[in-house]
Write a new protein. Structure first.
Length: 157
């Protein structure tokens, strides 16, 4: 049994790295979601005109790792109070967004965000969008597992 989660939280290389080597995660892939038009690719989304986000698709076994645990990792791998940016990456493609695939994921996502907001961990409001999943365009091969393939430990190198 496997399910998929779709998370946008800045540069997809760093987000993908956050989900590496975690028991229950079967595979990750980077790509583009949440935009306008068809056939998204890196060149198009970098123009800022397509509205796509850099997204990580996480294929996981829910009998080993829960969607709630994936949400915990998501919230901790970026700053969800930054609108359309993460650190040095600026633009709509770097926004914080969760794309749910069913009502269960939608409910769990909303509850998780409410708990994080209530925790007062951040001084600013959480701006993470919660949206229904539509389509995922796989990023170019050179983006897949980029940090691992290039022996880079984080996106700041």
């Amino acid at each position: 049994m496997e399910e998929t989660a779709y998370f946008a939280a800045g540069c997809f290389w760093g987000v993908e790295k956050s989900f590496d080597n975690i028991n229950g995660i079967i595979n990750t892939a980077v790509g583009y979601s949440g935009g306008d038009g068809i056939d998204a690719n890196y060149q198009k989304i970098c123009t800022g005109t397509t509205n796509h986000a850099e997204v990580v698709a996480i294929i996981f076994n829910p009998e080993i790792i829960s969607y709630d645990k994936l949400l915990d990792i998501f919230w901790h791998c970026h700053n969800p109070t930054e609108l359309n940016r993460q650190e040095i990456d600026i633009g709509r493609q770097y926004r914080s967004e969760i794309f749910y695939i069913n009502v269960i994921q939608q409910r769990l996502t909303n509850i998780s965000m409410q708990k994080l907001t209530a925790s007062k961990k951040y001084n600013k409001p959480i701006v993470t969008a919660i949206s229904p999943f539509d389509i995922f365009y796989m990023a170019e091969d050179y983006h897949q597992q980029y940090l691992k393939k290039n022996s880079i430990f984080n996106c700041d190198n």
